[in-house]
Design a protein around this ligand. Structure first.
Ligand code: FAD
Length: 414
């Protein structure tokens, strides 16, 4: 019997589940087991769209359809939890298995805290994630830095710190992510700041880090993260779709070291990017200037996994004047007040902003400040967010003792 914390090398048994997958197909084999044995009603994951840059969310009901979903899409920047909330009734009456990067897993917890999704009906297969690249950025850097036609690329992968592309003629070209990022290219800015590389919030966490020697590229490293994860993993092995072996000691060490380095790099990038937007009123002025491009399309709100209010305050005329573009800054202030303590740095508000406003950078910067003040780390467990604990009178008193009860002045004054 497996238990939380156990680790395995795992791969799909080719006779029972003839799918290669990204690293041996363990994830697809587990999904197949779950669908065939009615452990879940459906699987929510992604498939390749028109080209390698597009990841399309897909709800799969039978294991025959899984072949089109296998493989990793590093330019696929969709976030799956909000889809469960918006289109699948929060998994209220449907059991769903879903593949989750760190940001997906954290968003899932935050939606569950707000009772917007039913975690009892969700099985999370975590994917370790070193980061993703936006489709636009991938196309631009392949043309400019790789000297290749982006339309000729048939496969992309991230391996040993390189973003590698393969053309239709079989040409491989890889450039180190560090080098790309030194030139302002590479992963999404929020991925560069991310500290959740192995999503242990999920039921199992799967990835290629720690798979060494002959098994590299053909096997997935699985960490069991919950009792639910242990039960499903054991049952999938017993059903014959999955083969396993013990991870090599050296592999365990390598995985630990890589995670450590990546987390440190995330923190370093936070410092770099947050420093660049200044502090106090300088930061406020910067945010106001950037936000002045806002066309109030609501893309940030629609896709934010924390936003769920039925009556959105940004639509109340006494708070934000209707028909005025850019909207009054109150629009942004409402978003900060509602989200900043729970921002999981998924990057969707920047990703989908047609005006290229780095919303996620601003929100994440505020979240980190709030974390320093209150110790709340969103998306890691089911601890309720800071604002749900704030006692109004106590908070007013605290602000009063600083000489001003204006939140604006307390947060932003030098
Ligand atoms: P498969 O059987 O091929 O199944 C993979 C599943 O993941 C499929 O269901 C597929 O639809 C789904 N999927 C693919 N792309 C996405 C996406 N963008 N969002 C959500 N679901 C998706 N492992 C590491 O150890 N280190 C890393 O740095 C790392 N970075 C990754 C970055 C990204 C963006 C992704 C998607 C994965 C990353 N992985 C990383 C995980 C690794 O690439 C493999 O997915 C993992 O080892 C499982 O391999 P498999 O053959 O068992 O999966």
């Amino acid at each position: 019997m497996s238990a939380k914390g156990d680790m395995y090398y795992a791969w799909a048994d080719q006779s029972a589940c003839p799918i290669k997958g990204e690293c041996g197909g363990a994830v697809t084999a587990i999904l197949k087991y779950m669908l065939d044995n009615k452990v879940v009603d459906a699987v929510l994951t992604v498939k390749k769209g028109r080209d390698v840059y597009e990841a399309v969310p897909v709800l799969v009901h039978s294991s025959e359809e899984l072949s089109k979903t296998a493989g990793s899409l590093h330019c696929g920047t969709v976030l799956l939890p909000k889809i469960i909330k918006k289109y699948l009734d929060g998994a209220r009456d449907m059991k769903i298995a879903v593949t989750c990067k760190g940001c997906d897993a954290k968003a899932m917890y935050e939606l569950a805290k707000r009772q917007q999704i039913n975690m009892d009906n969700i099985f999370m297969i975590g994917l370790n994630c070193g980061g993703s690249v936006t489709p636009m950025m991938a196309r631009n850097m392949i043309a400019e830095k790789y000297g290749l036609n982006p339309n000729d690329i048939v496969k992309e992968e991230i391996d040993k710190g390189q973003f590698i592309v393969i053309t239709k003629d079989g040409e491989h070209k890889g450039i180190s992510i560090d080098e790309l990022e030194e030139h302002g290219l590479g992963r999404r800015a929020n991925c560069q700041r991310c500290e959740t590389k192995i999503p242990r919030q999920a039921d199992i966490a799967c990835g290629n880090w720690g798979v060494i020697g002959e098994k590299a590229g053909k096997t997935t490293f699985v960490e069991i993260c919950s009792e639910k994860g242990a039960a499903v993993f054991d049952a999938a092995v017993k059903s014959g779709v999955l083969q396993t072996s013990a991870p090599e000691a050296k592999g365990l060490e390598v995985r630990g070291k890589i995670e450590n380095v990546m987390v440190k790099m995330g923190k370093k990038n936070q410092e770099k990017q947050f420093t660049a937007i200044g502090e106090g009123s300088t930061r406020l002025n910067y945010i106001m200037a950037e936000s002045s491009r806002c066309i109030k399309c609501y893309g940030c709100i629609e896709n934010c996994p924390i936003c769920y209010c039925v009556e959105c305050s940004t639509k109340k005329p006494h708070l934000v004047r209707p028909g005025v573009i850019p909207p009054d800054f109150m629009f942004q202030m409402i978003r900060f007040a509602h989200i900043a303590d729970s921002c999981v740095n998924c990057g969707q508000c920047s990703e989908l902003c047609p005006m290229n406003i780095p919303n996620s950078l601003f929100m994440h910067a505020q979240q980190v400040e709030l974390e320093k003040m209150f110790g709340h780390k969103p998306g890691y467990d089911m601890t309720m967010p800071v604002l749900s604990f704030a006692e109004e009178m106590e908070e007013r008193e605290r602000l009063h003792s600083t000489g001003s009860d204006m939140i604006f002045e307390n947060v932003f004054k030098e």
